[in-house]
Design a binder for this molecule. Structure first.
Ligand SMILES: [Mn+2]
Length: 430
């Protein structure tokens, strides 16, 4: 046997996905709340964890709260427990909903900003759940500083629930450093506040943001859903993503090299978006909307003309990839470069364009010149400085010295082409 826990955070009940005209019910976070409770019931989970900002502060109208209550009722009727903590958006409203209610299956942990420990047992398998809730809208202190006061029994696994801000250094949303979770007697940290799904530490302890289960803005690209935790009776803890959002935003590069005109380019955008969305539907069931920000790239004789196409009539674009899944294009941007035809001839000139053309040819033909070496060492210094910034610690990777060199050269080559394209376009008659 095992204990199954579904983890959801940052639902922001009351809000809807932006940028989708005529999206109707599917773009509302209400839909995702229904999906979450249905999933718990259909998949016989034991516990639902909610990591705060479940209700949106600016949309706390009766409807949103009523829906939350209806879900709690359904979970109660099927014997599913809910443990939750409040965030900066719902610091007061979750407490109001639960206090004096009939939902004895729902527990708000640590109201008032004091750590609280609960326990859960199933077929002799016992776990503890530690939680801390936002007492008011802003919290400038690190909530983990008061965790050691909690009386944890180290004989049983402990799962921590916390709404906090790991990414920002100083923050008014419970600032925590990613290293603070280590060595705290807690085996799993389920966090809330950051909308992008993010695993900070894979094991001992597992530390993660499930992210918002519903994609609410075009900035929230990629798959959005919940995380299923499975706690085996032998101590093994597994985690997997469960896609839940009816909406998915993506940035889609479309290479229009070789397209003759606007119609041709539109066909290519349609085909690329249709194929891409067709693949997404396979991995993410229940997807109602796929919304693309298209980036046109590649080379064209007149990038200015491509810029004009990009701005025209795209709002009408709708495509149905399969029954129930629609594709729309939210905006089209162009970073198309002009075709550079006379590189060899240009390289002979002493102008800035000539220098760029010479450098591109040197790189293409594998020559290392003092100029390229200088550019490369500047790139390395800047890359290193960026990598040493504390903000990037959790994602820092060492590409190895060969990979590093290649990455730098390819970056320089791309930038030279872009600059040269811009220079030539400025010189050409419009
Ligand atoms: Mn928050």
């Amino acid at each position: 046997m095992a204990i199954k826990i579904l983890v959801a955070g940052d639902l922001h009940l009351g809000r809807s996905s932006g940028g989708i005209a005529g999206g109707f019910g599917m773009i509302s976070t209400r839909e995702t709340w229904k999906r979450i409770t249905d999933w718990c019931i259909g998949n016989r989970v034991d516990i639902l964890f909610l990591t705060g900002d479940i209700v949106d502060r600016n949309n706390r109208y009766f409807e949103a709260i009523g829906l939350l209550q209806k879900g709690f009722e359904q979970l109660k009727n099927t014997g599913i427990k809910v443990f939750m903590v409040s965030g900066n958006h719902d610091f007061d409203v979750l407490d109001q909903i639960v206090r004096g209610s009939d939902y004895d299956n729902v527990q708000l942990l640590g109201p008032g900003g004091t750590w609280e420990l609960a326990s859960f047992e199933k077929d002799g398998q016992k776990i503890q759940i530690a939680g801390w809730s936002f007492p008011q809208q802003s919290v400038y202190e690190n909530p983990l500083l008061s965790l050691p006061h909690l009386d944890i029994d180290t004989d049983y696994p402990v799962l921590g629930l916390l709404h906090c801000d790991v990414a920002s250094g100083e923050s008014r949303y419970g600032p925590v450093d990613s290293s603070d979770f280590i060595a705290k007697k807690v085996n799993v940290w389920a966090l809330g506040h950051i909308h992008k799904p993010w695993i900070l530490n894979q094991d001992d302890p597992l530390v993660f943001y499930p992210g918002s289960p519903h994609a609410m803005s075009a900035k929230e690209t990629g798959s959005h859903g919940c995380v299923l935790l499975t706690l085996e009776s032998n101590g093994i803890i597994r985690h997997e993503k469960v896609p839940m959002s009816p909406v998915r935003y993506e940035s889609l590069p479309v290479d229009i090299t070789g397209c003759a005109g606007e119609g041709d380019a539109r066909n290519r955008i349609s085909r690329t978006a249709g194929e891409h969305a067709g693949n997404l539907v396979k991995e993410h069931q229940g997807l109602a909307w796929v919304v693309y920000d298209v980036v046109l790239e590649g080379e064209h004789r007149t990038p200015r003309e491509v810029g004009v196409w990009a701005g025209s009539g795209i709002e009408d674009y709708r495509l149905e990839v399969q029954s129930g899944t629609s594709v729309m294009i939210r905006k089209v941007e162009s970073i198309v470069r002009p075709v550079i035809e006379n590189l060899e001839k240009l390289a002979g000139e002493s102008s800035p364009a000539g220098k760029l053309a010479e450098t591109i040819l040197d790189i293409e033909q594998g020559r290392k010149t003092p100029f390229i070496e200088t550019l490369l060492s500047e790139w390395k210094a800047k890359y290193q400085a960026l990598n040493d910034s504390p903000l990037y610690h959790p994602v820092r990777k060492d590409p190895g010295s060969t990979g590093f060199q290649e990455q730098g050269i390819s970056h320089i080559q791309k930038e030279c082409r872009k600059l040269l394209g811009e220079l030539l376009e400025q010189q050409s008659p419009s």
